[in-house]
Every structure is written in structure tokens, then in C-alpha cells.
Design a protein around this ligand. Structure first.
Ligand SMILES: [Zn+2]
Length: 290
């Protein structure tokens, strides 16, 4: 071997070794990327599983008040969270404790628009939980739009007001989803709040609500369906003097003659007792924050 060929051999050997080690480094980098991607997926599926487990169990009250809130620009930050053990509203951070939510069910029957106007004039925004048999004609559609025009929130109270525990899973789904479709067709907005007739939910109704991105709620107190409170004066009195009135009360009333008549007195009575009114848009919709 001549000097020249010897040097060439040395150079090419060094070059080959260098090339090989570069390839090894490149492979290591790819492997690391692969590992970190996998790790990321594990984290995601872990939190997903946690969410799934929580849904099957009784809701954890602490989960609903987690500090980890996603703040979306342009949307108001929620000020109240729904306590799913007793259906009261709890303040987030420094929102006023002495506040109540007003809800009107089985509407718009006869008095919905008038009740919507009364509340509006008193500076109160309520959730009106509607049924399909009240909005399935021109008059009903107009009443629905009128309630919305007064700034109130339209909630879903099912198509036909059945006891969800006495119908099939398929029917439960239809009772909720078809009414959302109808309200959206008429108003352009899909309801985000749901109240089951008689407060009777089922496993299937909670699943449908989750699929629809809705918040289901019962109530903390109400009296206007009891015989002795079908009188405006008696109703106005009990609604304010009851021991059930307290911070975060989720107050249930109906589209009824005596409730319509008592409504102004009830609201003024609540104000006299020192309560403010929770806006539906202030309520946090997520059941569990991740
Ligand atoms: Zn009802």
C-alpha cells in the first residue's frame, strides 16, 4: 500500500465512523420524540378516564369548585357553580353569597310573557323552562320569542312533560334532543339548561345532557303547586318567609295565575330580605372542570 492509498483508507474509515455515529444520534432523537409523544397520550387518556369515572358516580362537590377554569376570551367568567347535591348555587371567588336564582317552569302557557315582563322591569333575569306543547303553534312561538326579548334564558323542560323514569331510553333522548332542536329552530339558540319534570332524572337523561353539553338542575324550594298556596297573597308570603330561603336558593315557580299575580311581591320581598339575583349566564355550565 502506497502512502496516498493509506491516507485515503484512514480518511474513509474516519468518515464512515462519523457518518454512522451521526445516524445513531438521529435515531436517538427520533426515539425520544416517540417516547415523549406516547407519554403525552398517556396523560390525556388518564384524565379522560378520570372524567369518565366521575360521571358514573355521585358527583364530587369539590370537583365542581376546582380552581382550574378555562378562560375563553369574549365570554363572561362564571360567577356561580351549581351544587349538584342540593341544587343551590354557590359563589365563585368573591361573587355575592346572598343571591338567588329565579326559574319559571311549564311555560309559556298563559302568563309566561307577562311574568317575563314583570321580572325584566324589576331587573331580574330568570330561566324559563319550556315544554313543546306550549310552543307548537304560532301563539306559542311568539310567546317564546317575547320571553327571550325580555332577556331571559330559555331552558329545556322536555317535549311533553313525562316522568322520564317511566319511559324508554330512546324516548328520554327524544324528549330532550327534539325540544332543543325546536327551540333552536324558533329562537336560533340551543338551550343549555335542563330541568326534568318532577325532578326525576335517569342515567340516560344525564348521558343525553352530557352529549348536548347541558347543565341539569332541580330546585331548592317552591310552593305554587300546593293547594294552600294557589292564592297570590299566601304564596307571596311563604316564598319570602320560608326557612328554605337562603344563600344560593334555586327558586321554582310556575306559569300560573296566582304566581303571576304574586310575582312582583315575591321579588320585592326577596330584595327586602337582602338578596340579589343570579343571572343564568353567570352559572358555570361544566359539571367537572379538568
Ligand atoms: Zn314541570
Amino acid at each position: 500500500m502506497g502512502k496516498c492509498k493509506g491516507l485515503l483508507f484512514v480518511f474513509s474509515t474516519v468518515f464512515t465512523l462519523l457518518l454512522a455515529s451521526c445516524q445513531q444520534i438521529a435515531e436517538d432523537v427520533n426515539t425520544n420524540d416517540g417516547q415523549s409523544l406516547e407519554a403525552e397520550e398517556d396523560v390525556k387518556s388518564g384524565s379522560h378516564e378520570d372524567g369518565g369515572d366521575a360521571d358514573g358516580e355521585d358527583p364530587d362537590p369539590a370537583a365542581g369548585t376546582s380552581d382550574e377554569e378555562e378562560k375563553v376570551e369574549g365570554e363572561p367568567t362564571p360567577s356561580y357553580t351549581l351544587n349538584e347535591n342540593n341544587w343551590s348555587l354557590e359563589p365563585i371567588d368573591d361573587s355575592p353569597e346572598e343571591a338567588v336564582l329565579i326559574t319559571i317552569d311549564d311555560t309559556p302557557d298563559e302568563y309566561g310573557p307577562e311574568m317575563a315582563e314583570t321580572l325584566h322591569d324589576l331587573g331580574v333575569t330568570a330561566i324559563f323552562f319550556v315544554n313543546h306543547h306550549f310552543i307548537n303553534d304560532e301563539k306559542g312561538e311568539e310567546q317564546l320569542l317575547e320571553i327571550m326579548d325580555y332577556g331571559h334564558e330559555i331552558g329545556n323542560h322536555t317535549m311533553s312533560h313525562p316522568n322520564l323514569q317511566e319511559i324508554s331510553k330512546k324516548e328520554v333522548e327524544e324528549e330532550i334532543v327534539l325540544l332543543n332542536d325546536e327551540v333552536e329552530r324558533i329562537t336560533g339558540e340551543r338551550p343549555t339548561f335542563f330541568r326534568a319534570p318532577h325532578g326525576a332524572n335517569t342515567k340516560r337523561s344525564w348521558e343525553v345532557l352530557e352529549d348536548e353539553g347541558m347543565l341539569g338542575m332541580n330546585w331548592t324550594y317552591g310552593f305554587d303547586w300546593e293547594e294552600e298556596y294557589t292564592d297570590a297573597e299566601a304564596l307571596a308570603e311563604v316564598m319570602v318567609e320560608t326557612e328554605y330561603l337562603g344563600n344560593g336558593a334555586n327558586i321554582l315557580m310556575h306559569d300560573r295565575e296566582w304566581t303571576n299575580k304574586a310575582l312582583k311581591d315575591i321579588i320585592e320581598g326577596l330584595v327586602d330580605e337582602g338578596y340579589e339575583f343570579i343571572e343564568p349566564s353567570e352559572i358555570k355550565l361544566e359539571k367537572v372542570s379538568e
